[in-house]
Write a protein that binds this ligand. Structure first.
Ligand SMILES: Cc1cn([C@H]2C[C@H](O)[C@@H](COP(=O)(O)OP(=O)(O)OP(=O)(O)O)O2)c(=O)[nH]c1=O
Length: 210
């Protein structure tokens, strides 16, 4: 096994150990434009490239909200499959579910204020679906985290929306930003799942299956 080290001195060695093979054989591609997913993959000291998957994320009629993230993660993995022959593709999708309603990315500031007003003082769930694929082999799963918001004031919601512009975030918030620090009382489950990628579970599946 080749001994290759990154600047921190252990990344590649970890990959070699993790996959029991030389890293270039198991090239990893993250099929996502999300800076949060990229950050979490980097924090896990994985080496990867990004190829953005541009897909229509409209939910199929009648699909239950909790099934949507895996469906969309598979769609994202499919969309770049032809550019990733022989590589491990990781794709994900995150939705916020309030009762039976899916809260997607807000369309504008008024929609963001409306979403946060609905989330205020309540528990909702965040579901991230993940699809990991290498050619014909595929493992898909979803992870659910419960998030409890404190009662948010109108001023707090308006401050967040106008200063943080959460238009690229499902449910109009980011747990890793000011609103998460000040407004979230409790979570049950994986914090990183709320940020967009249950990275610990991704590592487990990579190690076990790929
Ligand atoms: C709830 C929540 C979501 N998010 C983000 C994660 C995702 O980037 C985004 C949900 O949108 P997604 O459609 O899952 O992902 P994306 O469009 O950003 O990227 P891609 O489809 O290319 O993979 O919301 C946070 O960063 N923090 C949070 O607390």
């Amino acid at each position: 096994m080749a001994e290759v080290h990154n600047a921190r001195g252990h990344c590649i060695a970890y990959c070699l150990q993790l996959y029991n093979t030389e890293y270039p054989v198991n090239k990893i591609i993250l099929a996502s434009q999300s800076p949060r997913r990229k950050q979490l993959m980097e924090m896990a000291e994985l080496q990867f490239e990004v190829i953005i998957a541009d897909v229509d994320e409209t939910p199929p009629v009648g699909m239950p909200g909790k099934e949507l993230p895996v469906y969309l993660a598979k769609k994202k993995a499919d969309a770049i499959a032809h550019k990733a022959v022989g590589a491990i593709v990781i794709a994900a999708d995150t939705v916020v579910l309030l009762d039976d309603d899916i809260l997607n990315k807000p369309t504008d500031a008024a929609n963001a204020v409306d979403m946060l007003s609905r989330l205020s003082g309540r528990m909702h769930t965040v579901v991230t679906g993940v699809c990991i694929r290498k050619d014909d082999k595929e493992q898909s799963f979803s992870i659910t985290t419960e998030v409890y918001f404190r009662k948010l004031s109108t001023a707090q919601i308006e401050h967040y929306v106008s200063n943080y512009k959460p238009f690229d975030k499902a449910g109009a918030y980011a747990i890793q930003e000011w609103i998460g620090v000040t407004g979230i009382e409790q979570i049950n489950g994986d914090y990183y799942n709320v940020m967009g990628l249950p990275i610990g579970s991704v590592l487990e599946v990579l190690e076990r299956e790929f």
